[in-house]
Write a protein of this length. Structure first.
Lengths: 141, 401
């Protein structure tokens, strides 16, 4: 097994450090449509339906849904210790900033390369928002 | 982002932990949008709700000694003392609601518990810079009044109210208030419910954007505009719109687009409204309850409901609710409307909304409403959406169709 590691610059929105396995979603995420007691995505039409986002580094284009449900959704996950470890997004908006701020999960955007091209499902990702750095470790068999 | 000396002191916590947290949140939002500075606001509206996420932040500020610097109104929660006698609200949920309301009081917010504060308790003027959350409030304030606000969350609006400032980004910058979609309205718009359908259809067609509507033949009234705002922000994300000639900020279509071309042109015909209406009818037959006032009913709408219910009897097995503001209900009582509605068997309730956990008893019931927004939250099994007249008819018969 060969391992390769790359480090990319990013833009910090909410500071902190988080690391974990990457969970990549090409569709926007609504945290309210996850099971707050397990972290499993329960939105039937979503590409990640049935996948668990707890403890992962979540890579996704943007948030969606009304501010109240989005914020409450991530908050409920966090109270059960099931929030993602870090959030990497393409298009950030106010509600997502508020959500991440409340649960103290690092949130970054503007990776120097397209996150959907450089990060694959299952890669081990370290997000150091404070230093504006994302490190991606890939395992090649 | 450039911060003033005072803002730096707040961030260091020199003015207390509550204001520190509020400014930290605003700075994070400013960073996300590359805002260069904070700008003063004159008022705010926090879309409070009796839910845990909201409780966490408002208590964090309250315990940290924060106080609102500018008038900051509040959205519906619910009065647990009132609901306890009607439904079996779980104790934990009731405690969350009570603590949310106490914390907003502690930070010195206006205890309006209204989702239409821009009509009575907290009214911006043309050109004011404000921070208004809540789906109907954001577009109403931007478009109908011509004040400036971004699409805020409850927490970012509260933080702005505490600091008296907001980061300068988005709709606070003139270029970003440019129209994006030209919407040619070729459908006949007769009443408030037609504007509900129009709002829903426009939001659905454009998703995210600033629509510029032409073909509106007369000045829409307040209630029609409220409905348009609320529904376009449920089916889509419309923080601002133009109806040149009727809304204040641009008097012509060219002005609304700031000389640019529309990204897309869309036509709305009678059939579009009909299709939206038909999509909403997910059930028929026996109706368990009627839920009106999403957004909160105005005095005029309560008067209409009273007129339709006068001398009629709502069936015993149908509950009939009108949600409104304390301000509107006070006058409606004085005018005898509340008495008429209660004699028919209905209730006029203040300070709450269908999206609050107090209505948990309806979770497996069939409801009817004049608001697709009300039905969208899925706080009950099925919902029929139709005009107020139809809701009254169903309340008397106990069934729809």
């Amino acid at each position: 097994m060969k391992q390769s590691e790359i480090t990319l610059k990013c833009h910090k929105i909410i500071g902190g450090y988080g690391e974990g396995e990457a969970l990549v979603s090409h569709e926007p995420i609504c945290f309210y449509l996850t099971d707050p007691k397990t972290g499993v995505i329960r939105e039937r039409t979503h590409e990640l339906f049935g996948k668990n986002l707890a403890g992962k580094v979540l890579v996704f284009p943007s948030g969606k849904a009304s501010s109240v449900v989005q914020i409450d959704g991530l908050y409920k996950l966090a109270t059960h210790n099931l929030a993602p470890k870090a959030l990497i997004v393409k298009d950030v908006e106010t509600v997502l900033v508020v959500s991440a701020f409340l649960v103290k999960v690092p949130l970054v955007d503007r990776l120097e390369k397209d996150p959907f091209k450089v990060i694959s499902m299952g890669n081990f990702v370290k997000v150091d928002a404070e230093k504006g750095r994302v490190t991606i470790r890939k395992s090649n068999f | 982002m450039h911060l003033t000396k005072e803002e730096e002191r707040i961030l260091k916590g020199e003015l207390g932990e509550g204001t520190q947290k509020a400014l930290e949140l605003l700075v994070a939002i400013g960073d996300a949008y590359d805002a260069e500075e904070m700008i003063p606001i004159s008022r705010a509206h926090a879309a409070s709700s009796g839910q845990e996420g909201d409780l966490f932040f408002v208590e964090l500020l309250a315990k940290g000694g924060a106080r609102c610097k500018v008038p900051t109104s509040t959205n519906p929660v619910y009065d647990i003392k009132y609901f306890k006698s009607l439904f079996d609200v779980p104790k934990y949920e009731g405690d969350v609601a009570r603590r949310v309301m106490e914390a907003y009081e502690q930070v010195g917010a206006i205890l309006s518990w209204s989702c239409i504060p821009y009509l009575a308790e907290n009214i911006p003027l043309y050109g004011e810079t404000v921070a208004f959350s809540e789906s109907s409030a954001t577009p109403y304030v931007n478009s109908v009044i011509g004040a400036k606000t971004n699409r805020e969350a409850a927490q970012s609006a509260l933080a702005a109210g505490v600091i008296g400032k907001t980061p300068k980004y988005g709709l606070h910058i003139r270029e970003n208030r440019r129209g994006t979609h030209l919407v040619k309205v070729e459908a006949a718009l007769e009443d408030e419910f037609d504007y509900t359908l129009l709002g829903y259809a426009v939001g659905k067609k454009i998703g995210y954007g600033i629509p510029v509507l032409t073909g509106i033949s007369r000045q829409p009234n307040t209630e029609e505009l409220i409905n348009f705002c609320a529904m376009s922000n449920v089916s889509g994300a419309v923080s601002m719109f133009y109806m040149p000639g009727f809304t204040v900020e641009a008097s012509t279509v060219e002005e609304a687009f700031q000389g640019d071309k529309p990204k897309e042109t869309i036509t709305v015909i009678d059939n579009d409204l009909k299709r939206v209406y038909e999509e909403m009818q997910t059930t028929s037959g026996k109706i368990d309850f009627i839920m009106l006032g999403c957004p909160h009913y105005t005095l005029k709408q309560i008067e209409e409901a009273a007129r339709l219910l006068k001398g009629k009897k709502i069936r015993k097995d149908v509950s009939f609710w009108i949600n409104t503001t304390a301000t509107a209900k006070t006058v409606a009582e004085r005018m005898g409307y509340v008495d008429t509605i209660e004699k028919a068997g209905g209730h006029v309730v203040v300070d709450t909304c269908i999206d609050e956990p107090c209505w948990i008893a309806y979770i497996d019931k069939v409801g009817m409403t004049d608001s697709p927004k009300c039905a969208y939250y899925r706080r009950f099994r099925e919902a029929v959406v139709s005009r107020l007249e139809d809701c009254v008819e169903a309340a008397v018969k106990g069934r729809w169709k």
